[in-house]
Write a protein that binds this ligand. Structure first.
Ligand code: SAM
Ligand code: SF4
Length: 326
């Protein structure tokens, strides 16, 4: 089956957040204090996630990304990933992580043939890394990346959110794609949660910085992932340089995704608090066909595009990114 929304977009990609907890406190994502985490009973159990994933797969979801909070802080998440990979119809299961626990789990992720890992790394400067994330763990994250590089079957991408900080050094981050077979993607800050307080560093600003160091970026037209990233080549680089620019280049017309939050809400757009409480349906004992119908009904509320640049928006999402999963 193919799932289409009211704008005829094919929806085949699901981001599943497995927790709202995180061991970092990236300034643009999660406040240092005042966060009341969801309780164990609030979040979907692995059995519930698997049941929903099977419903989604029957409807047409083909690729799943595991996210959070920090997904690797939830106990036995590796087992969940292994189970998701076995669901008929699911072609890819990938993970996005801050990398703090990667060194420990990478062998297991390789063993279950994970289809890709995105590592969030905003700078290679350890002092600034601590300032951005609130934790002095750059060395741990970097050794996680080094460890992951020992597994050539795993496709690695680095995600970096430019913040205009002196010393963040986008060219150095991009240089990871020169020295290693990884793609480095620069993600424009979106005005969601704490991200609203941050300046927007545009794709064009980053490109200028990179071109000063490496020369002209050459458009690369092959599709390297599930999403809206546009890639460029730099001669001599092993990996590509990508840009995910929700603010500079709206990509909503090609949106292929929905999101499942850790507490079981189906979200149809990042910006809007619209969707469906699927956990409530599961816990009310509803059968799969009713859950699937509810998913299709929720899809009808998927908007045609975001309106991040408008000041007043009805149904605006009030959650922060760590509660949504990026
Ligand atoms: N903890 C994991 C990680 O950091 O990769 C997964 C969850 S995190 C919310 C997913 C991604 O969202 C990270 O790459 C993070 O940098 C990005 N992110 C968080 N807030 C953002 C914002 N306001 N705009 C753009 N990206 C954001
Ligand atoms: Fe945690 Fe990821 Fe948010 Fe940073 S971006 S606080 S690592 S959830």
């Amino acid at each position: 089956m193919t799932m289409r929304d009211t704008f005829h977009r094919t929806i085949d990609y699901l981001r599943i957040s497995v927790t709202d907890r995180c061991d970092l406190r990236c300034k643009y994502c999660m406040p240092e204090t005042g966060v009341e985490p969801l309780t164990h009973g609030d979040i979907l159990s692995y059995e519930e996630i698997l049941r929903l994933a099977k419903c989604f797969a029957r409807l047409g979801i083909r690729r799943i990304k595991i996210t959070g909070g920090e997904p690797l802080v939830r106990l036995y998440v590796i087992d969940l990933i292994g189970q998701l990979k076995k669901i008929p119809g699911i072609e890819q299961v990938t993970l996005t992580t801050n990398g703090t626990h990667l060194a420990k789990y990478i062998w297991a992720l390789d063993k279950l043939h994970i289809d890709g890992i995105n590592i969030s790394l905003d700078t290679l400067n350890p002092v600034l890394y601590k300032e951005i994330t609130g934790r002095d763990v750059f060395a741990k994250v970097f050794s996680g990346l080094q460890e992951a590089l020992k597994y050539p079957a795993i496709k690695l991408k680095i995600n970096c959110v430019p913040q205009g900080l002196s010393g963040q050094d986008m060219a150095a981050v991009a240089g990871l794609a020169k020295d290693h077979p990884v793609h480095v993607r620069f993600i424009e800050m979106m005005p969601i949660g704490l991200g609203k307080e941050f300046p927007l560093i545009r794709e064009s600003d980053v490109r200028q910085e990179l071109e000063q160091t490496y020369g002209a970026l050459q458009p690369f037209h092959e599709n390297l992932g599930n999403g809206p990233c546009r890639y460029y080549s730099i001669p001599g680089f092993q990996g590509k340089i990508g840009f995910i620019s929700a603010m500079s280049h709206k990509f909503c017309s090609n949106c292929n995704r929905v999101r499942l939050t850790a507490d079981g809400k189906l979200k149809t757009c990042l910006q809007y608090d619209r969707g469906m409480d699927l956990k409530a349906l599961l816990r009310a004992g509803r059968p799969d066909h009713e859950v699937e119908l509810a998913i299709l009904q929720a899809l009808e509320s998927k908007p045609g595009e975001h309106h991040f640049t408008e000041t007043f928006v009805v149904d605006q999402e009030k959650k922060s990114m760590f509660q949504i999963g990026g």
